[in-house]
Design a protein around this ligand. Structure first.
Ligand code: SAH
Length: 518
């Protein structure tokens, strides 16, 4: 008989995917089946193994109770088939999340389970919006209240005559469609219309919006601003502290949706940096790195490496591809021997370091001319005036560097190590969808190829689509590539790294301009 699996009821946290617990992450990475709800951040699903069955079981109309029975049955069936099931629910599974019902169904079916708590939405509203429910002087009691499907039911389900004034702070869930009647119930049952109240929508995400207003006015103001679910409605004096406690919506890039076009494996650190600044980083590569047309030349160069006196790398991709070619030829870093190794740009040097090589020269300025003179100086310092120089790099690249080296008398072999192409058809239509939807604020370009390939991917509408967005570039060469296509680049980094680009964006938007939404 097959061993029974297990169901893990896991709290996914309130939105920001970084708020998942370590236990939750571990279980997601081991799961065979993941059943997730509507408010679960899609990025969390990336934590699952590639073979995991991912199933959306959130609200999409239909009979709620029938749906719940179906979810319970699926968990039971999968566990009985020996699967490790993660039932992923928004916030904490036991806070108005039907967690109890699901566990009872499992218990009745004798299916083993465990529960992993999650960061709840009121915790997120406290942390990310400064709407904290307790304060020694202002509030030492809090009630969590859920609204129901209808105003009539809201009025009858709770005993408002006690609830409205029983605690100093009230946190109301799922109330956005009935704000007027809820506020009215509270006022009718003894809460002053002057009581400070707040709405926090999409707490902990870059799209978070907050509103603070007196209880008597908040429903109208929320309508004006179009605030909707998911949101919490918080009532009590503590709300008045938000201005002192808020920090998230004051981050320099708060709320900006920024497209990161570099290839996925290089995007992570940049995206993380943008999120630190409050932005929503949307990773959709506009380039694909593939083999060069003639890979044999790279293999040959890997074999001939000992005959070169210098090797110059101009990109991290060049480093990775070339060192892979050496490995494929059953070689290792010893093939570099005494050769001078130059890395143009800190990321290139870092890629070398990852493979155990310390670059001899890392030019401070990495535009072609300046970089060339730094390499030339290093060669001269070693007394090499007719060196054989190997340059493994992109198939299409600027000629400034090899030409400057040749002019100085060196013999330069430029060997294509990779090619950049636009994304595949699915990737292209995804990019087009993002750029047409109107929900992006910024497009970042971290190399000339990210510009040209995005241009290709967007087709004939490229100019029109990109003109509506803030374009940000990593440096003058990339900017020149964009301008040659007729694009207007609003932000060009002065330090040509992704860190420099992030800083330039922060300066562009300025921390002072984000003084919030209420
Ligand atoms: N288990 C969840 C709550 C589920 S009920 C938790 O622990 O938070 C769903 C309601 O929670 C939504 O209607 C909304 O009122 C609130 N909610 C969930 N996520 C939210 C968020 N990111 N920001 C504001 N409210 C949220």
């Amino acid at each position: 008989m097959q061993p029974t699996g297990k169901v893990f009821l896991v709290g996914a946290g309130p939105g920001d995917p970084r708020l998942l617990t370590l236990r939750g992450r571990e279980l997601l990475s081991r799961a065979d089946v993941v059943l997730y709800d509507a408010l679960v951040h899609p990025e969390l699903l990336d934590l699952a193994r590639s073979g995991t069955e991912l199933s959306f079981v959130g609200k999409r109309g239909g009979q709620p109770s029938a749906r719940q029975t179906r979810i319970n049955q699926r968990m039971i069936d999968a566990a009985r088939a020996g699967k490790l099931v993660v039932r992923l629910k928004g916030g904490d599974p036991f806070l108005f999340g039907r967690g109890t019902e699901e566990l009872r169904a499992l218990a009745a079916a004798h299916v083993p389970f465990e529960v992993v708590p999650g960061v709840s939405s009121p915790s997120a509203a406290a942390a990310y919006a400064g709407v904290a429910p307790s304060h020694r002087a202002l509030s030492s009691s809090v009630a969590y209240v859920t609204a129901t499907e209808s105003s009539e039911k809201d009025a009858s389900v709770h005993d408002w005559s006690t609830l409205a004034t029983a605690t100093q702070t009230l946190v109301i869930f799922m109330g956005m469609r009935k704000l007027e009647s809820l506020a009215q119930l509270l006022i009718t049952h003894g809460r002053s219309a002057e009581t400070p109240a707040a709405i926090v929508e999409w707490a902990s995400l870059p799209r978070q919006r907050s509103l603070v207003a007196p209880l008597g006015e908040i429903a109208g103001r929320a309508r004006e601003q179009g605030l909707a679910a998911p949101a919490l409605f918080v009532v009590g004096e503590v709300v008045g502290l938000r201005d002192e406690l808020r920090w998230f919506d004051r981050l320099p890039l708060f709320g900006k949706r920024v497209l990161v076009t570099r290839p996925r494996h290089q995007a992570r650190a940049f995206s993380r940096r943008l999120r630190e600044a409050g932005a929503e980083a949307v990773e959709r590569p506009s380039v694909r790195i593939v083999d060069p047309r003639d890979p044999a030349r790279l293999s040959q160069a890997a074999r001939d490496l000992p005959s070169y006196q210098a090797v110059v790398f101009t990109s991290a991709n060049g480093v990775t591809r070339f060192l892979d070619a050496i490995a494929e030829d059953s070689g290792d870093a010893r093939r570099f021997g005494q050769a001078l190794v130059a890395a143009i740009g800190p990321k290139t040097a870092a890629a070398l370091a990852e493979r155990g090589l310390v670059a001899d020269v890392v030019p401070r300025e990495y535009r072609g001319e300046a970089a060339a003179s730094a390499v030339l100086e290093a060669l001269a310092a070693r007394g090499m005036n007719r060196a054989r120089v190997l340059l493994p790099r992109a198939e299409v690249a600027r000629e400034v560097l090899p030409e400057a080296l040749r002019e100085a008398g060196h013999e330069v072999d430029v060997v294509p190590a990779y090619r950049t192409l636009p994304p595949d058809a699915a990737g292209q239509s995804e990019l087009r969808r993002l750029c047409t939807e109107g929900r992006l604020d910024v497009v970042t370009f971290t190399s000339s190829s990210t510009v040209t390939q995005l241009w290709e991917a967007l087709g004939e509408d490229a100019l029109e689509l990109l003109s509506k967005l803030t374009l940000a570039s990593i440096g003058p060469i990339t900017t020149a590539t964009a301008e040659a296509l007729g694009l207007k680049v609003a932000v060009t980094a002065t330090e040509y790294t992704t860190e420099g680009l992030a800083r330039a964006l922060e300066a562009h938007y300025g921390s002072a301009s984000n003084d919030g939404d209420d």
